[in-house]
Each structure stands twice: as C-alpha cells, then as structure tokens.
Design a protein around this ligand. Structure first.
Ligand code: ADP
Length: 199
C-alpha cells in the first residue's frame, strides 16, 4: 500500500514519517530526491548549467544554491524554467522508488513524504494522502525555533506555500501534530489500524 504524506513547512512531516517508519513503513523522501538531481554528474544539474550558466556552480562543481536562488526567486519565468527541468526528474524518481518498494513487499506500507505535494501537483500519484497539520501560528513558532530565520523571513516561507488549512481540506487523513508528541503518536497508531496494517 502506497500513501502520500505532506503538510506545511515545520508542521511535523519528518516527525510523523519517523513514527510511521518505526511501525514498519518504508519511506520515500522527496527532499532527498530533489537534492540528488542537483548533484554533480546528474543530467538535471547539467541542464540547469546550460540554462543559467556556470555561475550557478561553486569552484568545486557543486551547485551554488544561494546563487541559483538569487536568479529564480526574483524572476518567475526563470523559476518556471528551473521547475521544468527538475520536476519531471523528481517525479520519475519518486515513482520509481515507490513502485520498487511496493513490489519488494506488497504488504508493507510505503510512505512518500513530499513537502510540496499539492503545489507541485503530485497528488495525482496517490489514491490516499495524509496531511500533517498544525495551525499556522504553531507552524510559525516551530519554524522560528528550528531555524535562524527572522519572523519576517519565516512568514515569507509560509506565504510561499499553499495555506495549511487548504491542505487539510484536501487530505484523506489528517494527523494533528499541534499537541504533545505522545498525542501525535496515538493518532499515528490509530491511522495504522484504520489502514488495516499489521501491528
Ligand atoms: P517538517 O518535516 O514538516 O518540516 P518537523 O517534523 O521537522 O517538520 O518538525 C518541525 C519542528 O517542530 C522540529 O524542530 C520538531 O522537533 C518540532 N516538533 C515536531 N512535532 C512536534 C510536537 N508535537 N511538539 C513539539 N515540537 C514538535
């Protein structure tokens, strides 16, 4: 069984993924895949260099994320071009990994953690989606605690994503992570049962 998992920035996706993994799920992590396609030697990085110039590389050939960010975040067309290069490769690799895991063990739950699942229109890969939810105010506080961002920068990050309430409405399953971890753990166990997975 394959299930998509998303939420907002700092809503607790990694926390819930880890709880599901502890119960026996296998994880596919879209953030890891997104980083891999930008490693030296990957054709997606080569295509990005073609598009934006070798200025996006550090002297050692690795991606200069800050430089690429400067280019794409002030120019929506450049961002669309970059997404056009990266998204198909990321989508393909997500599909490859999840189907390999499912085939290896069809009884086991495969959880695919994709922070921008709805924004990137990857929801059509799944018949079931979990949204890890906390209210925006909690999201902002946890993001501030975890990162070195200023309040203004953190709000900017939140505003760049689909609103967490909109994600919650679209979910098949909601895990509310606004309480203590034990409360989240209880909801994860309940979901596990609801999905008919073995203890
Ligand atoms: P995401 O993967 O969605 O960005 P994380 O799982 O990394 O979110 O959680 C964001 C931050 O909030 C982390 O610092 C984490 O330790 C903390 N956190 C997560 N769940 C809880 C919780 N239920 N109570 C308190 N802090 C939490």
């Amino acid at each position: 069984m394959i299930i998509g998992l998303t939420g907002g920035i700092a809503s607790g996706k990694s926390t819930v993924s880890a709880l599901l993994a502890a119960k026996g799920a296998r994880l596919v992590d879209a953030d890891v895949i997104a980083r891999e396609v930008m490693l030296p030697g990957h054709p997606v990085l080569a295509a990005a260099v073609q598009q934006f110039g070798s200025g996006i590389l550090q002297p050692d050939g690795t991606l200069d994320r800050a430089r690429l960010g400067e280019i794409v975040f002030k120019d929506p067309e450049a961002l669309a071009q970059l997404n056009g290069l990266t998204h198909p490769a990321i989508r393909k690799e997500i599909k490859r990994q999840m189907y390999v895991y499912e085939e290896e063990d069809p009884q086991r739950l495969v959880v695919v953690d994709i922070p921008l699942l709805y924004e990137s229109e990857l929801d059509n890969l799944f018949t079931q989606i979990i949204v890890v939810y906390v209210p925006r105010a909690v999201q902002l506080e946890r993001l501030l605690q975890r990162s070195g961002l200023t309040r203004e920068q953190a709000e900017g990050r939140l505003n760049a994503q689909m609103d967490i309430e909109a994600k919650r409405k679209r979910a098949d399953y909601v895990i509310d992570n606004s309480g203590a971890i034990a409360e989240t753990e209880r909801q994860v166990a309940e979901l596990w049962d609801r999905l008919g997975l073995p203890c």
